[in-house]
Design a protein around this ligand. Sequence first.
Ligand code: PRP
Ligand code: URA
Length: 209
Amino acid sequence: MGKVYVFDHPLIQHKLTYIRKNETGTKEFRELVDEVATLMAFEITRDLPLEDVTIQTPVSESKSQVIAGKKLGIVPILRAGLGMVDGMLSLIPAAKVGHVGLYRDPETLKPVEYYVKLPSDVEEREFIVIDPMLATGGSANEAIESLKKRGVKQVRLMCLVGAPEGVEEVQKAHPDVDIYLAALDEKLNEKGYIVPGLGDAGDRLFGTK
Ligand code: PRP
Ligand code: URA
């Protein structure tokens, strides 16, 4: 079964509090999501493999380390996942970016796919699917399924806020996928919103409420 990691770094938790607040407006919300995505990128890349290199400093030769050329891909789930892309790219600029477009049907809460575009070398890359919200898990499961259908071998899922129900659904459907969160919340409400959550992430990011 996939593991669940909750990033408890104080800066992540502090910024998440302001993201959650009802009175936080679109501009600040977007900036904070971007900053938290950068901090989460720092945490999720802790296990990237390193290789030894020998370099010359101004003083002497030095045995140092660089990242061992692991190829990464980032896949935001449209729309709200877009708000986390730039923050991640600021730390891992060489990552390629794919897109999966999904929306939740407001009646059935089931995801409807409307767009998919991935880098061409999918089999050689490890992908991080990103979305601020993991609610019922339907969108994440559909996005991961869509990647796997196109040949992706390694996937992680990174979200700001997860509900226990969504975590369980992803673990059931994709036991090979680890989940990375800034917070694991209490539950879903009857409309499929995460409680306490942060409301509709897409609307708050893009001001479409
Ligand atoms: C939101 C969110 C996730 C999805 C989570 O997107 O960004 O993609 O809901 O819900 P789930 O786990 O129950 O599937 P939404 O469908 O509102 O689309 P948007 O990003 O275009 O606003
Ligand atoms: N999608 C959101 O944007 N927010 C939720 O709480 C649940 C799904």
